[in-house]
Design a protein around this ligand. Structure first.
Ligand SMILES: [Zn+2]
Length: 189
């Protein structure tokens, strides 16, 4: 069974957001049975993760459902959220890590590692001091696989190259500190 390590945290946050839904407390008898079922059914949604579930929970605030349809709508919104992601991990569904590595073995971005170095847009950022850069998940199948299978608390700290190439977020594919040195206005000679 899919562990959904983030589920308990998500549930607490979700209940806090939706007092009007009159959902049972997680530690009540009704609650335990209900949320065990939620967990099982959410685990069946391909590509589900904390971010998708949270986006769906937030969407329920502005596009609410009746009490009877609360969970059905939540799942519908989770699926919609995953579908519209540019880096949807759907392509990796059912692949083993070995198969994903095989698929990406000749990826030119990451040399088959699944990770690509990226730099913070601000050369003065603590992320760039000492030529420090971070690894982003590559766009290829292995990169997608690694992202889909990483723990949510790790994914939050690992940039997604799909965002980087679109210019979303503070990470870039080049080192801005190096660019600055070659800029004629800042050249020291
Ligand atoms: Zn790659």
């Amino acid at each position: 069974m899919h562990a959904l390590v983030w589920f308990d945290r998500f549930l607490v946050e979700h209940l806090g957001r939706h007092p009007g839904a009159e959902l049972p407390a997680p530690d009540s008898e009704r609650g335990r049975a209900l949320y065990d079922a939620w967990r099982l059914m959410l685990a069946d949604v391909a590509g589900v993760d904390y971010d998708a579930a949270t986006a769906a929970s937030l969407r329920l605030l502005v596009e609410p459902a009746s009490k009877a349809k609360h969970f059905a709508k939540l799942v519908e919104y989770v699926e919609a959220e995953i579908k519209q992601r540019p880096s949807a991990p759907r392509a990796t569904n059912g692949l083993s890590r070995g198969e994903a590595e095989h698929e990406s073995r000749s990826c030119e971005r990451c040399d088959g590692s699944g990770y690509v170095q990226v730099w913070h847009v601000d050369p003065g950022s603590r992320y760039n001091t000492g030529n420090y850069a971070v690894s982003a998940h590559c766009l290829c199948v292995l990169g997608r696989w690694l992202r889909a299978h990483a723990a949510p608390e790790h994914v939050r700290h690992i940039p997604d190259l799909a965002d980087v190439v679109r210019g979303v977020g503070p990470w870039r594919e080049y080192d801005p500190a190096k660019l600055e040195i070659t800029d004629p206005r800042t050249k020291p000679f």
